[in-house]
Ligand binder design. Structure first.
Ligand code: HEM
Length: 122
């Protein structure tokens, strides 16, 4: 029985750093003219909490994502590839601000890349 690989979770700095990254990530998106309108009717605290769970679980931490399926959450928003790229930039800036090295950033981004298909619908 192989133990779960939590090396990315640990490289990111665990939950305390993930929480800071998600705080900054959301602040960046809410200040980003390209995509802030998409959050106009959202419960920001809920989205942040679900993002922390999701990033923690994806990176191998002992968390369980309790949010809704990605396709369901995003399909009504009619997001474009440009919207997706804007979100990735805002996440990269947040990781930079928290001192996460680019190699580690790229490992997380690689896990998010397949979700482009589930979140972009136009
Ligand atoms: C890798 C890509 C993405 C991931 C991992 C992701 C993740 C999430 C998560 C975990 C939630 C919360 C789900 C819940 O409440 O149960 C959420 C909601 C949301 N996301 Fe994303 N998302 C992605 C792409 C995008 C993009 C590209 C945009 C817009 C530029 C976006 C805008 C939103 C909005 C507006 C909500 C709130 C929806 C609502 O209030 O019902 N997301 N996302």
């Amino acid at each position: 029985q192989t133990p779960p690989d939590d090396s990315l979770y640990r490289a990111l700095g665990g939950l305390p750093v993930l929480q800071k990254v998600v705080d900054d990530f959301m602040a960046n998106m809410l200040a980003d003219r390209r995509i802030k309108h998409t959050f106009a009717e959202s419960n920001i605290e809920r989205v942040k909490q679900k993002l922390v769970e999701q990033f923690c679980q994806l990176s191998g931490g002992a968390c369980v994502y309790t949010g809704d399926p990605m396709r369901e959450v995003h399909q009504g928003l009619k997001l474009s590839n440009a919207d997706f790229n804007a979100l990735v930039e805002d996440l990269q800036l947040a990781m930079d601000a928290n001192g996460i090295p680019s190699h580690t950033q790229n490992r997380l981004l690689a896990l998010l890349a397949p979700m482009q298909r589930e979140t972009v619908s136009r």
